[in-house]
Design a protein around this ligand. Structure first.
Ligand code: ATP
Ligand code: SF4
Ligand code: MG
Length: 343
């Protein structure tokens, strides 16, 4: 259950990647992957982070864990700034935070048995070895629905869903408080996906975990999350504790919602609504980054970056005209710009 206590506070976080070229590897510009993002994650909650490919979801998750250094801003974990931690503090932090990646095959060493893969964090941190280690690994495997027979097998001997369970067991090994789930089920099919999502919910309850759940699939994010944050080109444009399918207030979120395929045949065809590419984060549009695609854009939108404003009950929206727009006619939300790559 989510509490009122903050586990993580992200304040004005920026992560830029330098773009270099030429013989002297001169810095030619920056990819503004995460550009001034502020949000909190409460103890015990799942905060969903959704948005199109390249909008900065993974970079946000990895920067919070300090797997990537932040360019600017603060990341407080239980009040301590992760960006300023010493090596010793960082080792302690690593035990409290972990990550599950999209592709379990790429995140597991093919030469390690499951026992060694799951046991590695326990061994490296001097928590257990020998028989005790084996028992701890077995206990973790059982928590994710695997058993003793799996201990000495290699990753290639498992199905995609089972491999993801191994990764979850490994992420749980040090009993972290916080886990970034980065597209944890997008490489498995729908029936396996549902099982893995339910397992993650059960484990959250059992181990009192807090999740940042990243996905480009709005339905999955909604199913998993207490609150949903929508990201567009390095910025959070909306964050709602409500049902994003019913209460989207940002034109981009509304367009994302309308792009989710629905069983009703009368509404078919709308899934095309977000076709085309997102503009580049190297040279993002001025003002509101969504303005080239937004049907409601005005001159003001081109000039001024909209702040994330609380529209009531913690529902935050970054749009100059939030609450004033008619977002019902979803098929008309986006301007027809042809190929978005040209925007
Ligand atoms: N190491 C890197 N060096 C340079 N640019 C990077 C690096 N990592 C990410 N980027 C760029 O930063 C932007 C955000 O990438 P990120 O992987 O965070 O997006 P994402 O929302 O997770 O996308 P996806 O849904 O495809 O996983 C993209 O433009 C990406 O190309
Ligand atoms: S600020 Fe302007 S361009 Fe941006 S979403 Fe709102 S109306 Fe559209
Ligand atoms: Mg990603």
């Amino acid at each position: 259950m989510a509490s009122a206590e903050k586990l993580i506070e992200v304040k004005h976080l920026k992560k830029f990647f330098p773009l270099s070229g030429g013989v002297f590897r001169k810095v030619l510009g920056y990819v503004r992957a995460v550009d001034d993002v502020t949000f909190d994650i409460y103890k015990g909650e799942t905060l969903g982070l959704v948005g199109e490919s390249g909008c900065g979801k993974t970079t946000t998750g990895r920067t919070i864990l300090r797997l990537l250094p932040a360019t600017a801003g603060e990341i407080l974990f239980e009040g301590e700034d992760v960006t300023k931690m010493s090596r010793g503090d960082l080792l302690r932090l690593r035990r409290n935070m972990s990550i599950v990646f999209q592709d379990p095959m790429a995140s597991l060493d093919p030469r390690l048995t499951i026992k060694n893969a799951v046991g590695e964090p326990l061994l490296v941190n001097g928590i257990a070895r020998g028989h005790r280690l084996r028992n701890m690994v077995l206990e973790l495997l059982e928590k994710v629905g695997l058993n003793e027979d799996h201990l000495n097998r290699f990753p290639h001997e498992f199905s995609g869903g089972q491999r993801q369970r191994v990764c979850i067991a490994r992420a749980l090994a040090l009993r972290p408080k916080f886990i970034v789930m980065d597209e944890p089920t997008s490489s498995t099919d729908v029936s396996v996906q549902a099982q893995t999502l339910n397992l993650m919910k059960d484990l959250q309850e059992e181990f009192d975990l807090t999740y940042l759940f990243i996905s480009h699939n709005l339905s999955v994010v909604k199913h998993m999350s207490d609150r949903v944050a929508v990201m567009y080109l390095g910025k959070i444009v909306e964050l709602t504790p409500g049902d994003i399918f019913d209460d989207a207030m940002h034109p981009y979120s509304a367009a994302l919602v309308s792009a989710v395929p629905v069983p009703n045949p009368a509404l078919r065809g709308r899934a095309e609504i977000l076709a085309g590419e997102v503009p580049s984060p190297i040279n993002p549009p001025s003002g509101c980054r969504f303005h080239p695609r937004c049907r409601f854009a005005t001159e003001h939108c081109k000039d001024e970056i909209p702040e994330l404003r609380d529209m009531g009950n913690g529902h935050m929206v970054a749009c100059h005209y939030a609450g004033e727009l008619d977002l019902k006619h979803k098929e008309e939300l986006l301007v027809d710009t042809g190929s978005m790559a040209e925007v």
